[in-house]
Design a protein around this ligand. Structure first.
Ligand SMILES: [Zn+2]
Ligand SMILES: [Zn+2]
Length: 204
């Protein structure tokens, strides 16, 4: 990808590559930042054999999330370390008891507010202005084409929002953030820091 026009200086953190490479770099960072680490590091009691311990974790599988108010959705494939019984249901109950009282951090709520404002407020405002303009004969109906063009910005706004929200779980009070994704409660994601046990609930 190097066109040889610039002499590369070894060991420097340059950020003056060609735009395409910049974009690729950004997209890679974006993906990295959004990546979830699935896991389950909390003890569960088995309804089959009564054994209470850390369950066996074997990756995760998609689970059709039903975004009701506080309904838990667990994606981790977890089973009893004693009898092999599937413990997803128990994990769901545990998720509720662990996270119902946890509120998303203020930074997250602010972001959701901004996001909603940008994606709902601004289009509504523009529609209002356009419509008033048409009625007052300032411009014709073609002005609505402009409104359609606005949809181009939806993608970057969504990406920016996701990136900022994902950045929240890059920090922790213990300074060794290692947030493991445990599942969803309603429409928010539940994380637990593997370093200190801190719980984090995010709307993303
Ligand atoms: Zn068991
Ligand atoms: Zn921590």
């Amino acid at each position: 990808m190097c066109n040889g026009s610039a002499s590369p200086r070894a060991g420097t953190t340059v950020d003056d590559g060609p735009p395409a490479r910049q974009l690729m770099k950004f997209l890679r960072q974006y993906q990295e930042r959004l990546q979830l680490e699935h896991g389950w590091q909390v003890e569960l009691g088995c309804s089959n054999c009564g054994h209470s311990a850390l369950p066996n974790f074997r990756g995760w599988s998609p689970n059709r999330a039903l975004c009701f108010s506080e309904r838990p959705t667990v994606f981790a494939n977890i089973s009893c370390s004693n009898c092999g019984n599937d413990l997803r249901k128990e994990a769901g109950k545990r998720l509720v008891s662990m996270f119902s009282a946890v509120a998303p951090p203020p930074a997250n709520r602010r972001l959701v507010g901004w996001f909603t404002g940008l994606l709902v407020g601004i289009p509504l405002l523009l529609l209002g202005i356009l419509f008033t303009g048409v009625q007052a004969d300032w411009w014709g109906y073609q002005a609505f084409v402009l409104f359609a063009a606005l949809s181009v910005f939806v993608g970057p706004v969504v990406m920016g929002f996701n990136y900022r929200v994902a950045s929240i779980r890059r920090e922790c009070v213990c300074r060794r953030p290692n947030y493991i994704f445990m599942g969803q409660l309603g429409r928010s994601n539940c994380y637990r820091c593997a370093s200190c046990g801190n719980l984090l609930r995010l709307r993303d």
